[in-house]
Design a binder for this molecule. Sequence first.
Ligand code: SF4
Length: 375
Amino acid sequence: MEKIELLEESKRCLKCKNHPCQKSCPIGTRIPEIIDMFQKGEELEAGKILFENNPMSLVCSLICPFEKQCMGSCVRGIKGESVNFPAIENYLMEKYLKETEFQNVSNNKKVAVVGGGPGGLSGAFYLSKKGYDVTVYDDHERMGGMLRYGIPSFRLSKDKVDLLERKAFESGIKFKENITFSEESLKNLKTEKNYHGVLVSTGAWLPKELNIDGVERENVYYGIDYLKDNVDLGSGKKVVVIGAGNVAMDVARTAKRQGNDVLIAYRKKLEFAPATKVEINEAIEDGVKFLTEVTPIRITDKGIILEDNNTKNQFLYECDNVIISVSQKSQFNVENLDGYFYGGDLVTGPETVVKASLTGKESAKLLDDYLARKE
Ligand code: SF4
């Protein structure tokens, strides 16, 4: 949307006193206030408030489940269209990040952030603003975690992640790539490298397994690995995706874009799917098919045996590939170690970017409070 259209859109906001939009935002974005500032031309100030409250604001303005959050609660949506706040937020964030130079301040304390995804980066930006010398460790080559390696580019263009990465470097945040920790080496990081504190936000990258016969076959993948490793199935294949969460939708749409015939098999009715309606509709628009109320029984050389949950009849659905995308889990446990704080999907299980940003920021605050008490 052009700025002139955004200003028109903003005029539809009623500046509701009890701001239901803001209450339904997991990170409490001050929506009516931001809209007011935008109308008054205080764009960079509004961008600053957005970023300091939610360092992932740019990404959230593009991929949050708005229908369940701000737009789903907007009073304007009762009789018509909700105010498109995400479009205004996106404009303000692009402008703020591109036009503001971030400062590298120092309080002479150094902290480590393990995990460069949305939770870790949110915490890193918060700590850097407080003056900490922040080093982010990640087992990937670049910053971004799920934003870069889990969410397909057709949903989140990688130049947005590049922009956040640039701002992180500009703030003085350092990045150590391709570093994999074990439970043991993670525990030793603080003392070995003389960090004052460690924020752990390693996400939930391990696929939850499905215990049926045939999962070990070569033509079977786990959804998160399929996305992370950029697996190319080739085109013209018949692909079954098991699961109906957000990752399953991303997997199915990616496989469809590779030129395949894709079916999502889900054990319940579609209305109970964890993915948002918008994501399901987008998958349908892309041509992904759905088969609901079926349970996977086993994978054979011909395809997958499914059981109809109502009739209990089992049948073969012929396919070339099966991608299991039922959920993800964390690699590390949250431990009670002095000076260690935890955030992101590691704490909550697989969640939205905005919730990862919230818990990353909150755990960074706890780390900052802890270090202030130690002085
Ligand atoms: S609920 Fe909608 S109309 Fe009311 S303040 Fe929020 S965005 Fe504006």
